[in-house]
Design a protein around this ligand. Sequence first.
Ligand code: G3H
Ligand code: 13P
Ligand code: ZN
Ligand code: NA
Length: 283
Amino acid sequence: PLVPVTELLKKAEEGKYAVGAFNVNNMEIVQAIVAAAEAEKAPVIMQASQGAIKYAGIEYIYALANLAASKTSVPVALHLDHGTSFEQCMKCIRFGFTSVMIDGSKLPLQENIALTKKVIEVARATGVSVEAELGKIGGTEDDIHVDERDAFFTDPEEALTFVQQTGVDSLAIAIGTAHGQYKGVPKLDFARLEKIVGLVKIPIVLHGSSGVPDEAIQEAIGLGVRKVNIDTNIREAFTNACRQVVESNPKEIDPRKVLSPAREAATEVIRQKIRVFGSAGRA
Ligand code: G3H
Ligand code: 13P
Ligand code: ZN
Ligand code: NA
């Protein structure tokens, strides 16, 4: 069965590593994540974004992840990524997701707190953990200048207030990462991360981690990041492999011939991430 995320992150804290949270959109990616987790003997989190829910539907995502979890001996959890409303979180909890994110980061602080609390109230009773976001992570297209950092990045004191007032299980923070492909090399605000970890005693989540150099990811984990989100690097590996098949063999019409190498390429990139996160051999 799908396992609670709380349990995985508690063990990650004890072992000082991070659990990879990989975005799922279809059967092949679900299979790639389990294959990678099995090969590396690692716990993993599968997560469904808004785009994944639109594309595949909650039912298919849940069924695929649940099947994957029931067929393997490594711990697999299922998480809602960037949940947009209380209702969506409830829907995922009813289906059997073992964790939800309520992303109130665009709201004023007090509204983000109120919304997060509302989700936690129900989630608690069902053993589902809740991730919230404080600060603006954004996309790589939103260029954040150094003088704007304080306005966008997570404020450590505010993070403490947020965690105390909500009782949230884990916190996604903005320290310079962005969703999607980076134009240059992202510069993370490690001093800010260190301050946050010093104040906030819950697992910290790093979003937008594709394209962040391995050393920077490891430094962030060394400072206390316990969940690392990866989507873009899987998309790149998957789609580039598809492209290679169709370009080198324009007459290919068998989707399985296109998707098998894609699934393998995704497995390989996920295995590499698991090793970087230090979660290999922890299952
Ligand atoms: O949350 C960010 C994901 O990486 C992308 O989301 O599937 O909705 O495009 P999407
Ligand atoms: P990347 O697409 O940059 O890996 O970000 C993924 C993410 O943060 C999902 O929530
Ligand atoms: Zn994210
Ligand atoms: Na990224």
